[in-house]
Design a protein around this ligand. Structure first.
Ligand SMILES: [Fe+2]
Length: 204
């Protein structure tokens, strides 16, 4: 008997996601279907794990190993995209409120943060995240190559920039930089500030 689990359902998209500046509805629709796939696979993997043969665990190959590794990809795909969709649909521009205070303190300016985040996104193969590291008490822009690489422990993501080609190829072909600029134009800083309040991230 492995861990018990609860099935989860995909979140619906906000209406604002279909009115983005520079990211088309066709891209958003296709992207949302990919996200739904991660949710379905997460449920499927956990159902299989609930019945897995624990005695057969093996580091070279075993069902428990294969399922638990790919579970991290599915869960990463869920969490990353839920942040991504939730904090798009705003007016972009410079950060305001608590996130502006943190960015100013830890990057020096909004322009510095944007430049570093864009470079992180250009350098990553899947994701760039601005996250608050609870041990250091600071923001940092982390790089990711896939849904499950390379988050760090005890850090809370506040901005999640998807740079997988499915996020932009339809609208920009290979011009990832133009897509990242569009991503910045559509960020909803009020949503980010809501997370800072909900998670009680200190800003002083
Ligand atoms: Fe994606």
């Amino acid at each position: 008997m492995s861990a018990t689990f609860l099935e989860i359902r995909p979140r619906e998209l906000k209406d604002e996601l279909y009115e983005l500046d520079g990211i088309s509805s066709a891209t958003i629709d296709a992207h949302h279907r990919l996200y739904q796939g991660y949710v379905m696979k997460r449920n499927e993997i956990l159902a299989k794990l609930a019945a897995v043969d624990l005695e057969a665990a093996n580091q070279v190959y075993s069902d428990v190993r294969a399922l638990k590794i790919d579970l991290t990809f599915a869960i990463g795909g869920i969490k990353n995209h839920e942040i991504y969709f939730e904090h798009l649909g705003g007016d972009g521009g410079n950060p305001s409120g608590a996130i502006a205070t943190l960015i100013e303190r830890d990057f020096g300016s909004a322009n510095n943060w944007r430049a570093d985040m864009k470079a992180t996104g250009m350098g990553g193969r899947g994701w760039a995240w601005t996250a608050f590291d609870w041990d250091e008490g600071r923001l940092f822009n982390y790089i990711g190559d896939a849904q499950n690489t390379f988050p760090v422990w005890n850090a809370t993501p506040l901005v999640a920039l998807d740079v997988y080609e499915h996020a932009y190829f339809l609208d920009y072909q290979t011009d990832r930089g133009a897509y990242i600029d569009a991503f910045f134009r559509n960020l909803d800083w009020d949503v980010v500030n809501g997370w800072i309040r909900a998670y009680r991230i200190p800003t002083g």
